[in-house]
Design a binder for this molecule. Structure first.
Ligand code: ZN
Length: 140
């Protein structure tokens, strides 16, 4: 198991240099996700080509965990089919509940940096905000 410092570095890196935190003027889906308990407020923007998420971005404000989680999520789901993205989200939720297998967590790539959130109940809503908003956006 990689150490905590390594995971913190991933989260810090996504906060300092987010790759997907920008506007996406020609987005097909725009949905706001709010976590009032922390004050996290993001707008998720997705561009679809049939069933494939061909581009995505987010804007908004929030704590380091919510912002890093949304940025990591977009890096994972762009280029994927809608149902693959929803499935990744379900595995992410399982990890946050502490129910995912090691193999499932490995498949989450950088999102596995958030595995310790399972032991921090107050931060769970921050970590899942992006994924919850994504699921809502794709379910419509
Ligand atoms: Zn938060």
């Amino acid at each position: 198991m990689a150490d905590r410092t390594f995971y913190n570095e991933i989260l810090t890196e996504h906060n300092i240099r987010p790759e997907f935190k920008h506007d996406l003027p020609d987005a097909d889906i725009v949905l706001e996700g709010v976590n009032p308990s922390c004050g996290d407020d993001i707008w998720l923007k997705l561009k679809l080509d049939g069933d494939t998420i061909c581009d995505g971005a987010f804007v908004g404000d929030g704590c380091a965990i919510s912002q890093a989680s949304a940025d990591i999520m977009l890096g994972m789901v762009i280029g994927k089919k809608k149902e693959e993205a929803i499935q990744m989200g379900e595995i992410f939720m399982k990890m946050i509940r502490g129910e995912a297998t090691d193999e499932e967590i490995d498949n989450l790539e950088e999102a596995s940096a958030l595995r310790d959130i399972a032991h921090m109940p107050a931060r769970v809503k921050c970590a899942v905000l992006g994924w919850r908003t994504l699921k809502e956006a794709l379910d419509e």
